[in-house]
Design a protein around this ligand. Structure first.
Ligand code: PEP
Ligand code: MN
Length: 369
């Protein structure tokens, strides 16, 4: 249930309403949106009806029931206002959200050495990325495959962060590692294989750092949003959803099936920001660029792309990794699509105005007018 307050309601009145409604088994959360204040009630609302709540204060505009099982993640919970997840990085605050500039996240699948991660971080920064990704702990299908350099890799990521100012996104696989990963990461990644690891979700929720929640490879949209609900219910509102491809009957030519339709679907269902990962979705570097551009055209708020200095020698996910040069070209094309659909560009991003028209135009001939 949500209570939408009239514009201009004082914080004192909101406090009074909160106190009036306070009862065991009911969580009350106030969201201060850009345009309105919404009081969300989650839990036992059986003894409350609309008329009763309406009568509490003349400042109550409307009272609405939320039917979806994912209460806090639902768009109704914010009465239609999309949330912005603001991540503080050494280079400044970066916002993820429907009305924020497109956020570029890039980096190798695994952090392989200090030199490698620093070299690539500088190149990605020069290309226009805001975040460096790279796994220190790798969830591998085979126990004999490279598992990541763990704490050492976290130290190398910390150095790359310090030297370039890029924000860091890295995966945490185990509740025991949350604290050390959170010392370095600006955003904690929950990988596809852990999307329903509920004890991990509760603990990253309690940690309070922004969380990137990847969609499980066979998770329905509802299961994914329920997983996000665990993090939100633990008190952490800073959740970004990331589509990375799902398992379907066909994996002959692509690693997964890129479910790009989640973008408009999620927009209808949730206020949370949406990231797309065409690297894991397609599994092949030659398909990454077109799928990244399609995601932007469809309204994605952020793109995560795997980039490696020498993909042929990568310790994991080489076949789906771009070279820094390919990424640099792609980022220009991504900026062109962003501009075409009216998305703001990052303040630090090289202005497209400065680039001659032909060079900045995407390399396909179907740009939305
Ligand atoms: C990754 O980002 O490198 C990764 C392992 O992703 P996913 O959990 O989506 O497979
Ligand atoms: Mn990977």
């Amino acid at each position: 249930m949500i209570i939408v307050m009239k514009p201009g309601t004082s914080p004192k009145e909101i406090d009074r309403i909160n106190q009036e409604l306070s009862r065991p088994n009911l969580k009350i959360e106030t969201s201060l949106g850009k345009h309105k204040v919404v009081i969300g009630l989650v839990g036992d609302t059986d003894d409350l009806n609309r008329e009763q709540i309406q009568a509490i204060s003349p400042w109550v505009e409307t009272v609405l029931q939320i039917k979806k099982p994912f209460k806090r993640a639902s768009l109704e919970f914010r009465h239609g206002e999309y949330s912005e997840v603001v991540v503080s990085t050494p280079n400044g605050n970066i916002s993820f959200g429907k009305d924020a500039p497109l956020v570029n996240v890039a980096g190798p699948c695994s952090v392989e050495s200090e030199q490698m991660i620093i070299d690539i971080a500088f190149q990605l920064k020069a290309a226009g990325a805001q975040f460096l990704r790279g796994g220190a702990y790798k969830p591998r299908t085979s126990p004999y495959a490279f598992q990541g350099h763990a704490e050492l890799a976290l130290e190398w990521l910390a150095t790359a962060r310090q030297e370039t100012g890029l924000g860091i996104i890295t995966e945490v696989m185990d509740t025991a590692d949350i604290d050390i990963v959170a010392e370095v990461a600006d955003v904690l990644q929950i990988g596809a294989r852990n999307m329903q690891n509920f004890s991990l979700l509760k603990k990253v929720g309690a940690k309070g750092k922004p969380v990137l929640l990847k969609r499980g490879m066979s998770a329905t949209i509802q299961e994914w949003l329920m997983a996000a609900e665990y993090i939100l219910a633990a008190g952490n509102p800073n959740v970004i959803l990331c589509e990375r491809g799902i398992r379907t009957f066909d994996k002959q030519y692509t690693r997964n099936t890129y479910d790009i339709s989640v973008i408009p679907v999620l927009r209808e269902l949730t206020h949370l920001p949406i990231m797309l990962d065409p690297s894991h979705a397609t599994g092949k570097s030659q398909y990454v660029a077109s799928m990244a551009l399609a995601a932007i055209a469809a309204g994605a708020d952020a793109l995560m792309i795997e980039v490696h200095l020498n993909p042929a020698k990568a310790l994991s996910d080489g076949p789906q990794s771009l070279t820094p040069k390919q990424y640099e070209e792609l980022i220009q094309e991504m900026a062109a699509i962003s501009k075409a659909i009216g998305r703001l560009s990052q303040p630090s991003f090289i202005s497209l105005e400065a680039i001659p028209e032909q060079e900045s135009a995407p390399k396909f001939d179907c740009i939305p007018a």
